[in-house]
Write a protein that binds this ligand. Structure first.
Ligand code: ADP
Ligand code: MG
Length: 616
């Protein structure tokens, strides 16, 4: 029998390899962007036409190539990034297979202009179907520009397989996002059919995410940070309330390379368990740094799969890190009792830097007439730890002669707030350190002067945190009703109630029936009286109809907010002295004291200095 085995000509081999490396225009984009980054560029421009089918061009200001290197770069297995097999275990570049340019050149019309910094002149090359058809010396700036035209011109089957320009653009945009997210220190510009889609300046990780996904993203992000000997994790997760029905903003980067990992994805999902609905997905941008020797990137031609030496440990670390962030940043309310007080600054205060405390006071302030001071100053407060609160009260301590008795003001987060307006010792009446102003504010002395607290907002804050805790730790106490309470509701109202029934049960409601336009209630939370039930449920229904809550977390939050709003003491209600003091104590036992659940200032302080100034 005659010999039948032949070596494939290079251009055929390249075409076959191209089938693996280049599936669609987006694959070309990825390879070219990665080459630009490997070349040390700090500015990269991407330009495409017709979903990348007509043109993909990447211009960088990186190292550039000599003429010989420029020609060699299109050979298969031609790479400057590794020299021997061991180098694979110490990679700090995106590329290493030396296949991308060879593959792309096999299936498209490619043009390159490149110049290293130290050379006078650059090199201009044209390649079609793996053959160099043009080479000239050219004038060019430092760096490399590669354009890829007529993708799959010589493989009609592949060309026909491509989707609409719109769909291909989406794939390209996805790749662009991945590369841009991994390299916030590089400027990126992206043009589609001549118009600019993205202009991303050099920024930090968080700003890069916001630039790509829009300014609304900022408030969604919860930082994640952990450093162990196995892995360093940084980045952000989206708050559970922003979980989406569709997969989308989910990014893992390992050593700055975007990867897909169902296993690690699962670790993040596990951390979110119970906080989001099972059919929704949390968003995340997680950057893992590991020893390059502990991973193998070489298991997939597009290099989006990575094999880790110690996957199980990584899984455990990732899950607990994400969980920790959710707890630490108060996203999981009241679950984590060992929080670092210093880290409790709410998100909206976090990035604003520490503003100097300042209080603006209306010059016409007179506590016995009208209170009209500008309270916006209170928003600028940096969160103070418990210690500083204790300091605040030092002056008051000596004034009221309670020297050693001040533990009553030590803030226990476990206080039962359901009873704040009753059951307080009556003798506190004599130690009056507070007074009510116009049935609206509670005024109290503090070390540096005085504090004016909005009674309604303060109570909202207290109730809100109490409800959240009850819901989360499932510890609410119910009062059984002697006779069930029957209330009627419209069909749509009943549907809303059915949706939130489980959450209501966790705070102490007991229902024996929720259907056919009727609700039968057999038990109530301690804080709600029979006469208030109707109002509370009405309010809940209307709030839940307005706000579409996609997951249990935001449902819980909204529930707590509505209850707090409905049940809190209002402006105009008289509070006796012990109630006032109980409210102040309970407020300062809260995790957040400065703002109400609706982000309104709860109190203002007026320093002695401020008062002194008025007497000048
Ligand atoms: P790999 O990136 O795996 O090494 P490629 O086929 O993508 O393989 O590129 C081959 C070589 O061409 C690279 O190793 C690099 O030396 C050079 N190269 C490619 N693109 C650029 C660029 N934009 N700037 C400088 N050198 C480049
Ligand atoms: Mg490459």
């Amino acid at each position: 029998m005659a010999d039948i085995i032949k070596l494939l000509p290079d251009h055929v081999a390249n075409q076959i390899a191209a089938g693996e490396v280049v599936q669609r225009p987006a694959s070309v984009v990825k390879e070219l962007l990665e080459n630009a980054i490997d070349a040390g560029a700090n500015s990269v421009k991407l330009s495409i036409k017709n979903g990348g089918k007509a043109l993909i061009q990447v211009i960088d200001n990186g190292l550039g190539m000599s003429t010989t290197d420029a020609r060699l770069s299109f050979e298969r297995h031609a790479t400057s990034k590794i020299q021997k097999a061991e180098d694979l275990f110490n990679l700090d570049t995106k590329g290493f297979r030396g296949e991308a340019l060879a593959s792309i050149a096999a299936i498209a019309h490619v043009e390159m202009q490149t110049k290293p910094e130290q050379e006078e002149m650059g090199t201009h090359l044209k390649i079609e179907g793996s053959e160099i058809i043009f080479q000239e010396v050219c004038v060019a700036p430092k760096g490399t520009s590669i354009s890829v035209k007529n993708l799959f011109f010589n493989i009609p089957a592949r060309r026909n397989f491509l989707k609409s320009n719109q769909v291909e653009l989406r794939h390209i945009t996805d790749e662009f996002h991945r590369v841009a997210l991994a390299h916030p220190n590089i400027t990126f510009n992206f043009y589609n059919n001549g118009s600019e889609l993205f202009n991303l300046p050099q920024v930090n990780q968080r700003q890069r995410i916001v630039h790509i996904f829009g300014s609304k993203t900022n408030e969604k992000l919860v930082p994640v940070n952990e450093e162990t000997h196995v892995v360093k994790i940084s980045g952000f997760i989206n708050k559970p309330e922003f979980a989406k029905k569709s997969r989308g903003e989910q990014f893992f980067f390992v050593n700055n390379r975007f990867i897909k990992s169902p296993y690690l994805h699962h670790a993040v999902l596990a951390a979110f368990e119970g906080l989001i609905k099972s059919d929704t997905f949390p968003g995340y941008f997680l950057y893992l740094n590991v020893d390059p020797g502990s991973i193998d990137i070489n298991i997939h031609p597009t290099k989006t799969e990575v094999k880790f030496d110690d996957e199980h440990t990584l899984y455990a670390i990732l899950r607990s890190t994400v969980k920790h962030s959710l707890g630490q940043f108060n996203v999981v309310p009241a679950l984590d009792f060992e929080q670092d007080q210093n880290l409790e600054t709410p998100y909206n205060y976090r990035d604003k830097g520490a503003l100097q405390p300042k209080v603006s006071v209306d010059s016409g302030f007179n506590p016995f007439q009208e209170v009209t001071q500008n309270i916006s100053g209170a928003r600028a407060y940096k969160k103070q730890g418990t210690e500083s609160w204790e300091n605040l009260y030092v002056g008051l301590e000596s004034k009221v002669g309670m020297e050693n008795n001040f533990s009553s003001l030590k803030f226990e987060s476990e206080t039962i707030t359901g009873s704040i307006f009753e059951g307080q010792q009556d003798n506190t009446e004599n130690n009056a350190t507070t007074f009510q102003l116009r049935r609206k504010y509670i005024v109290t002395t503090i070390k540096s002067g005085m504090m004016v607290i909005d009674q309604s907002r303060a109570h909202q804050r207290v109730l809100y945190e109490q409800f959240l805790k009850n819901i989360t730790i499932n510890e609410a106490v119910s009062q059984q009703l002697l006779f069930p309470l029957i209330l009627s509701f419209s069909k749509s109202d009943i549907n809303v109630l059915k949706e939130i029934k489980d959450s209501l049960t966790t705070i102490g409601f007991m229902f024996s029936k929720v259907e056919d336009g009727e609700v039968k209630i057999t038990g109530l939370p301690l804080m709600i009286t029979e006469s208030e039930v109707g109002i509370v449920l009405d309010q809940l229904i209307s709030d839940f109809q307005l706000e579409i809550t996609a997951d249990s977390f935001s449902q819980t939050d909204l529930l707590a907010k509505t209850l707090a709003k409905t049940l809190a003491v209002k402006t105009g209600e008289f509070l006796n002295n012990s109630s006032q003091q109980a409210l102040v104590n309970d407020l300062f036992a809260c995790k957040e004291t400065r703002v109400s659940p609706f982000d309104k200032p709860v109190y203002v302080t007026i320093t002695e200095n401020d008062i002194d100034k008025k007497f000048i």
